[in-house]
Design a protein around this ligand. Structure first.
Ligand code: HEC
Length: 270
């Protein structure tokens, strides 16, 4: 049977340790091509993370995806269930410690097409670089000032999949989806992000929008506090604000000041 043969070929390649094209690794893991998608696998201390991008490396929202990773550990196979963890990330708990370079097969469904990818064993993946904390570790070690972060690059990596590569948001962003969630709004001056003070914008990114909405509010804008440092969030915000015309910037700067009119209340109503 053809599929069996393909599977066998895939397994053989895996066992032989053939390395799939590894480009644009951004979280210290290994990447693999899977049709039109590219996956990056990070095996951490107690969980694995999988980042989904398109072929050019642009993050794709992973909220609709789910599946499993089979880790081919020296002690035997270990299946890990993967669930959406915000943005382009899927995550799953590890029931046993697994070396970060362990070979793995990943299968995802819920997208336009099923996604299957294999990650060859790679002993060079250092434990120190595995795990999602690597960003923070670098930040701490580098001790860079806020201005040291490239807000544009961070935006592209973490935000553009939903808010668009030109801050344009998703089409029909004011109409709720059948799920009850809102599409991602524009963050340029055509949206209403500038109706919020710096602190409000920062808090929405760090803590997620649900924290500021009525209980049970469903939103795709999840907290980034575990992913981005405060300085990184500020660098992204600076970049967003730089896209606003001077007049809008001046009006936004007045939001939350005693003399200003109250900011537009609650995000849920938009
Ligand atoms: C998975 C999709 C997704 C990702 C990734 C995402 N957002 Fe959002 N964002 C949304 C949605 C949807 C909303 C609308 C919130 C709601 O449900 O009311 C939103 C709202 C916001 C708002 C409030 C805008 C307003 O007009 O009130 C800001 C600011 C924001 N996002 C910034 C960011 C930044 C910065 C990043 C990257 C660090 C990011 N978002 C990543 C989906 C996303």
């Amino acid at each position: 049977m053809k599929t069996k043969l393909l599977a066998a070929a895939a397994l053989a390649a895996l066992l032989l340790g053939q390395s799939p094209a590894a480009a644009q690794v951004s979280h210290g893991g290994r990447s693999a091509e899977a049709g039109a998608a590219r996956l990056e696998l990070v095996i951490g201390a107690d969980a694995i993370d999988l980042y989904v991008s398109d072929a050019t490396g642009k993050p794709l929202p992973a909220d609709a995806l789910s599946g499993k990773a089979t880790l081919l550990a020296p002690g035997g196979k270990l299946d890990v269930t993967l669930a959406p963890a915000g943005g382009n990330r899927l995550s799953g708990k590890l029931s046993a410690a697994i070396p970060p370079g362990t070979a793995a097969v990943v299968n995802l469904s819920g997208g336009a097409q099923p996604i299957a990818a294999r990650f060859a064993k790679d002993d060079s993946v250092a434990a120190a670089h595995a795990g999602h904390g690597s960003h923070e570790a670098h930040v701490a070690a580098g001790g860079k000032p806020a201005s040291g972060f490239d807000g544009t690059a961070l935006y592209v990596e973490h935000c553009s999949a939903c808010h668009g590569d030109k801050l344009q948001g998703q089409p029909n962003w004011q109409a709720r989806l059948p799920s009850g969630e809102l599409p991602a709004p524009p963050l340029d001056a055509s949206g209403h992000a500038w109706h919020h003070s710096d602190q409000q914008l920062f808090d929405m990114i760090k803590f997620g929008v649900a924290k500021f909405a009525p209980p049970g509010y469903k939103t795709q804008m999840l907290p980034f506090g575990g992913t981005l440092s405060d300085a990184q969030i500020r660098a992204i915000l600076d970049q967003i604000k730089a896209s606003w015309p001077a007049e809008i910037r001046a009006r936004q700067a007045a939001v939350g000041q005693p003399t200003a009119k109250p900011a537009v209340g609650g995000h849920a109503g938009h």
